[in-house]
Design a protein around this ligand. Structure first.
Ligand code: 5AD
Ligand code: SF4
Length: 448
């Protein structure tokens, strides 16, 4: 067998996938000494971590795989091509029917088995494992390596809400939470390696219920309080939440834990009760507004963002108007909006959908215009203010400039020395351009 030296990893999809890709790199560094390369041409192992949340994301998978076959594997048959993530989970063996040159298929819950799967694939036997062995994944993975000032830690996996449009419960399985101490240990490891901020990740993160050493359970509010006890961690975020499990205890955490960032991403999906019911979201518009009202009380000035689906089967102009009204009533500073995409195997895929796609696109356009105006107004209000920023690294554009995020989760660029990476600094916001804030350093400090 040829020795494997370099790994190229390409990631589509959500932050869970980004996190999983980091763990994939960690596990294969440990087992096979694989070094990550950004250049697929020099890789011995090419892995694609895929997303199936919408059809578009799924389509990208086969075009990327085709390109890898054409550009590399055709000339070097010993190359290993692997597919992980949600498309792999959904397709399993079937994936190899459409792309027979794929050697390795693994799901989001079988990352820890990659070393064995890779050995098998190298031995010219296709390796497929998309099972859900649940918590085993975390027990078998090496501790993470530092990847800069802002760390991500998965605290729970999967989703048991079964919203009628969503593929996640089928691709990632039912919810399961990691034990409290495991999560705290992983955060502490990041903190020791220099991270100052942590984002607690889960598909339905506020359903977190982790076992405690004394045989009890800790919810997300408790987890946040405990993470806040770790001195080196100056800022805490969590994503993504579902409104139903967004408890009063969690809202109150915004008042009680200053380290919790002044931002909440709480997907609402629609502003029409009728559509929310059809989506099986389990709450009404009024209940949603009451929840965010409590959060705003706990943390005045908090920035709220959301996700919205346009054109769910049966959505009328009236339903859509209610969504526009909710964007105003809730006061969202940003919203990520998508045209509904029927996903195979989900209950909504069986619903009659007679809204023409031009109408859906036109609605999406109207929503996005409203959201863009609100987002612009929000950033303009920040001009002149001084914001605490965690310096993450060099700005994407502009020499001598660094970038970081303010508590409200917006990126800001400012002139600063590279040495400041990893520190909390104060930045005065001077200007805004489309998506980025520009500012100047006011003072730097070591403490939060
Ligand atoms: N079609 C369109 N958008 C979807 N989302 C999830 N499933 C679908 C679908 N079938 C959106 C939701 C979710 C975000 C991550 O993706 O808004 O919050
Ligand atoms: Fe995409 Fe959902 Fe899978 Fe994340 S969990 S990669 S959003 S399908």
């Amino acid at each position: 067998m040829n020795p494997l030296r370099k790994l190229h990893l390409k990631t589509f999809g959500c932050q869970m996938n980004v996190y999983d890709s980091q763990r994939i790199a960690d596990v294969l560094a440990q087992s096979h000494g694989l070094e990550v390369t950004a250049d697929p041409a020099e890789a011995d192992v090419l892995l694609l971590n895929t997303c199936s949340i919408r059809e578009k994301a799924q389509e990208k998978v086969f075009s990327e795989l085709g390109a890898w076959w054409h550009d590399y594997k055709r000339h070097r048959p010993e190359l290993v091509i692997g597919v992980g993530g949600c498309v792999a989970s959904q397709e399993g063996e079937r994936l190899r029917e459409r792309a027979p040159y794929v050697d390795l298929v693994f799901g989001p819950q079988t990352i820890h088995r990659l070393p064995q799967l890779l050995n098998q694939a190298q031995g010219r036997r296709a390796a497929v494992d998309v099972s859900f062995p649940e918590i085993e994944k975390f027990d078998r993975l090496p501790l993470p390596r530092a990847r800069g000032p802002a760390a991500f830690v998965s605290v729970m996996e999967g989703c048991s809400k079964y919203c009628s449009f969503c593929v996640v419960p089928y691709t990632r399985g039912e919810e399961f939470s990691r034990p409290l101490l495991d999560v705290l240990t992983e955060v502490a490891v990041h903190a020791e390696q220099g991270s100052r901020e942590v984002t607690l990740l889960g598909q339905n993160v506020n359903a977190y219920l982790g076992a405690t050493p004394r045989g009890g359970t800790a919810d997300l509010a408790e987890l946040i309080r405990q993470v806040a006890q770790i001195d080196a961690i100056a800022r805490i975020r969590f994503t993504t939440s579902h409104p139903v499990e967004f408890t009063d205890r969690l809202s109150d955490t915004y008042a009680e834990v200053p380290k919790l960032a002044a931002h909440l991403h709480l997907p609402v999906q629609s502003g029409s009760d009728r559509i929310l019911r059809a989506m099986k979201r389990g709450h009404t518009v009024a209940e949603y507004l009451a929840k965010i009202g409590r959060v705003r009380q706990a943390r005045p000035g908090i920035s709220l963002t959301t996700d919205i689906i346009v054109g769910f089967p049966g959505e009328t102009e009236e339903d859509f108007a209610a969504t526009l009204a909710l964007v105003e009533a809730a006061g969202f500073d940003e919203a990520y909006s998508f045209v509904y995409s029927a996903r195979p195997g989900t209950p909504a895929a069986a619903l009659a959908d007679d809204t023409p796609s031009e109408v859906k696109k036109e609605r999406l356009g109207r929503l996005q215009t409203l959201v863009a105006n609100r987002s612009q107004a929000f950033v303009e209000r920040l001009v002149g203010s001084v914001q605490r920023v965690l310096v993450e690294g060099p700005a994407k554009r502009g020499q001598g400039r660094m970038q970081g995020r303010i508590s409200h989760n917006r990126v800001v660029n400012f002139a600063a020395d590279e040495q400041l990476a990893g520190q909390m600094v104060d930045v005065k916001i001077n200007a805004v351009s489309v998506h980025t804030l520009r500012g100047e350093l006011v003072a730097s400090r070591h403490a939060a």
